[in-house]
Design a protein around this ligand. Structure first.
Ligand code: ADP
Length: 318
């Protein structure tokens, strides 16, 4: 059975009998579910691609999804700095998978612009920043950086599946998955494709203002619905310390308490706040690790605190 043939329109509800069960779409619990028709007509049985993905993912110890409710809040920046930071330990093998298919910025942020994927007998080879840091992105498949990716659902899902199934990561301690903003088809796909491979959890990145937080609530509810553990929420672009007068100002006002209050309200861990620092944007534009380039900065301090919490959460739950 192809999972693409059974692309659900919404996450399965809690009382779902299982999208692959013989009663899928037919049991009493299915009445009124938006997926009912898809489930009742699709062929039954395990998706052979999911079995292959499970095999491929056996060499990956931890899988962490990075999510955001909105675009532009710093999700890709966070994914890249987390990956760079993990790879500072030479004994840690790190992979960064960019499935932000319509806006892949990871090649630039990781200093890999213009690189292309090679195919070997073992699959698609990721592009290496250094021996222990491998990257895969749809950006590597584009001829020119400014080429637009205008793909419809099934093609996008097909590519995500291929990334999970065919990329030869070798042994990884951590696979960081940078996802598109919001809760879209791509999110459902990745959850569906990785459901038997175990996702350690999701880190949700937001900025402090209310319009961003509204979407984060949706993201949290999505994770709860599909059963992805929430590692925690990070507030990015949280305050700005002027390098001249050292006074802190709030550029994006946390009108109703920001991400910290929202995390409390929704009963999910709050991981910390990363301030605005123009040098973060510059490091990303130059494809460099901010933490290595500016080890003494306030933002580096905050990044480290957040990363430690993520690792503690992942390592203690394994
Ligand atoms: P997203 O992945 O959520 O769309 P990006 O990671 O591409 O967002 O970030 C959007 C822009 O904001 C980029 O130019 C990035 O360099 C910048 N940026 C992200 N976080 C910070 C920060 N803490 N301080 C300053 N600039 C930041």
């Amino acid at each position: 059975m192809s999972t693409d043939a059974k692309q659900l329109v919404q996450p399965p509800p809690e009382h779902c009998p299982g999208t692959e069960s013989e009663t899928a779409g037919k049991s009493a619990a299915c009445a009124g579910c938006p997926n009912q028709q898809i489930c009742s007509t699709a062929p039954k049985g395990p998706d052979p691609d999911i079995v292959e993905i499970e095999q491929r993912m056996k060499t990956v110890k931890h899988k962490i999804l990075v999510l955001s409710g909105k675009g532009g809040v710093g999700k890709s920046t966070f994914s890249s700095q987390l990956s760079f930071a993990l790879a500072m330990n030479q004994d840690t093998q790190v992979g960064l998978l960019d499935i932000d298919i319509c806006g892949p910025s990871i090649p630039k942020i990781m200093g890999l612009e213009g690189e292309q994927i090679h195919i070997s007998g073992q699959g698609w080879d990721p592009v290496y920043v250094q021996d222990n840091l491998a990257v895969m992105s749809v950006g590597f498949l584009l001829e020119k950086e400014e080429d637009a990716v205008i793909w419809r659902g099934p093609k996008k899902n097909g590519l995500i599946k291929q990334f999970l199934k065919d990329v030869f990561w070798s042994d990884l301690d951590y696979l960081i998955v940078d996802t598109p903003p919001g809760t879209s088809d791509e999110h459902l796909s990745i959850v569906q494709y990785l459901k038997t491979s175990h996702i350690d959890g999701a880190v949700i990145v937001t900025s402090p203002q209310d319009v961003a937080l509204i979407d984060v609530r949706k993201e949290i509810n999505f994770c709860k619905k599909v059963g992805i553990p929430i590692i925690g929420v990070v507030e990015n672009m949280s305050g700005f310390v002027c390098p001249k007068c050292t006074k802190e100002s709030q550029i994006f006002l946390p009108t109703s308490g920001g991400a910290e209050q929202m995390s409390k309200d929704m009963n999910v861990p709050f991981l910390g706040k990363i301030p605005i620092d123009p040098l973060i944007a510059r490091s990303c534009d130059e494809g460099k690790s901010y933490l290595i380039t500016f080890p003494e900065s306030e933002a580096t301090k905050q990044y480290k605190l957040v990363f430690d919490k993520i690792l503690n959460s992942v390592d203690t739950k394994q």
